[in-house]
Design a protein around this ligand. Structure first.
Ligand code: SDX
Length: 433
């Protein structure tokens, strides 16, 4: 916990309350209001947490004005260029980049846990074939707590560690199974000789009738996408995982809650919504119509993949993703991809439009990811499951940080009550409309 360096004075109703302030290693100072209710009998009010730090954390830092994203202090651009997803997993989980020996050991531990309990296959039979894979993912990941009883005790460090490794290892397997089930193909088992991203591609696209050779370039592009999605400070789904974990719920249940939250189109579901939007726009000449709709206060339409609660500048992940899109499409021999052309023109027009400039709306991580994933052969319904399997390490790292915090308490926000004050029960015979 950061030390208190100075204080702020809150004066109201003839009272003055001194509140300690704490300084971070990076970012804004915070005013510690933990004693405010006891001392001043008032709550603060911040429904969307726009000005509220819900925790301290040493995992990920975002500077929204600069468009900077650090995982344990390392800029995302350097990691995307030099690292790989499992190394980023190690970094997020343990706080430091692994030595060569540590990396080999970590990769071996993850590889050993990539299979799921054989009986879990039956869960999928209960879903309709046309179920959204996110529905299946929420259900099957939550059900992991019905199988892995030896890693449910959150007070046991070894069990926490096993649960973390199991989820990082098994989420791709479960996501691939959800995809295979949706297309009516048999499940493909993980292969220990493949790296993380290659294994996922193999489990999704291999069929029993022939060998499937994973493209190393596609695997590298997917691995980069996974790194870009691995963690992102206290976003909605991470906050969901932390809140669920604060009650002592088992880690599998907490991650299932995070998956459910990520599904929303305002959050991780935006990658699917963005590609569907680009498809609906359909041609360059319709872009002005959609820009106008996005600016129209009476129209609920928003540009999917645009805007962010924290970034008031380019999302650094979107920049890397945009470069990757060109690379992957070229590799796939897809030139002049109409959706990419529309996305680039939409970005150009929006960034020159006073509405977007004034509100500081830029493309976010979801703007280009769908174009790459579709070029790789994934249906739009798999975009958010891929976000979820990538973010699992971030959720787990944040959950571990919360669970091992000696000051950790159950999360229990208060409210500004605007309902009826006390009134007496009225018998139905005496009720008049
Ligand atoms: C992710 O938090 C994270 O870190 C999330 C994430 C992660 O890695 O975990 O980065 C992943 O969720 C990225 C965001 C994906 N969502 C979308 O692309 C959906 C479209 N974007 C918006 O719905 C919106 O920008 C949000 C939800 C992302 C952010 O919403 P905020 O911070 O609550 O901002 P707001 O809704 O208050 O908008 C501020 C203004 C509003 O106008 P006014 O009411 O002030 O006049 O900007 C406008 C909004 O109408 N606005 C948009 C817009 N986004 C905001 N107008 C048009 N199109 C948009 N996309």
């Amino acid at each position: 916990m950061a030390e208190s360096t100075k204080s702020a004075t809150l004066t109201f109703d003839g009272k003055s309350i001194d509140l300690p302030m704490m300084s971070p290693t990076a970012g804004p100072d915070v005013i510690d209001i933990r004693k405010l209710y006891a001392q001043g009998n008032v709550f603060t009010y911040d429904p969307g947490f726009t000005s509220t730090a819900a925790t301290d954390s040493a995992i990920t830092f975002i500077d929204g004005d600069k468009g900077e994203l650090l995982y344990r202090g390392y800029p995302i651009e350097q990691l995307a260029d030099k690292s790989h997803f499992l190394e980023v997993c190690y970094l997020l989980l343990y706080g430091e980049l692994p030595t060569a020996v540590e990396m080999v050991d970590f990769e071996a531990r993850v590889t050993k846990h990539t299979m799921v309990h054989e009986q879990m296959h039956y869960f999928f039979r209960g879903f309709r074939r046309d179920s959204h894979p996110m529905a299946t993912l929420v259900g099957v990941v939550g059900a992991m707590s019905a199988f892995y009883h030896d890693s449910l005790d959150i007070s046991d460090q070894w069990q926490r560690e096993v649960a973390a490794i199991r989820m990082i290892a098994k989420l791709p397997t479960i996501a691939a199974m959800a995809y295979k089930y949706s297309v009516g193909q048999p499940f493909v088992y993980p292969r220990n000789g493949l790296d993380y991203a290659s294994n996922f591609l193999h489990m999704c696209f291999a069929v029993p009738c022939e060998d499937y050779q994973v493209s190393p370039t596609l695997a590298k592009a997917l691995d980069r996408i996974m790194m870009l999605h691995a963690d992102h400070e206290q976003n909605a789904s991470t906050s969901t995982v932390r809140l669920a974990g604060s009650s002592g719920a088992n880690p599998f249940a907490c991650i299932a809650a995070g998956i459910a939250c990520l599904w929303g189109p305002a959050h991780g579901g935006a990658n699917q919504a963005c590609l569907e939007m680009l498809r609906e726009i359909g041609s360059l000449d319709r872009i002005p119509e959609f820009i106008a709709r996005a600016k129209d206060k009476n129209d609920p339409f928003r540009l999917m993949g645009f805007g962010h609660r924290v970034y008031r500048n380019f999302d650094p992940r979107a920049k890397v993703m945009k470069e990757s899109a060109d690379e992957v499409l070229d590799l796939m021999g897809i030139h002049n991809n109409p959706l990419l052309q529309i996305a680039k023109e939409l970005e150009k027009i929006a960034l020159e439009d006073p509405y977007f400039i004034e509100k500081k709306l830029y493309p976010n991580v979801d703007f280009y990811s769908g174009i790459i994933l579709e070029a790789m052969g994934f249906p739009t319904s798999m975009f958010t499951p891929i976000f979820a399997l990538s973010r699992t390490v971030g959720w787990i790292s944040q959950w571990k940080e919360m669970i091992t915090d000696p000051n950790q308490k159950i999360g229990r926000p208060r409210q500004l009550y605007i309902g009826k004050t006390t009134r007496n029960y009225v018998d139905v015979a005496d009720r008049v409309k």
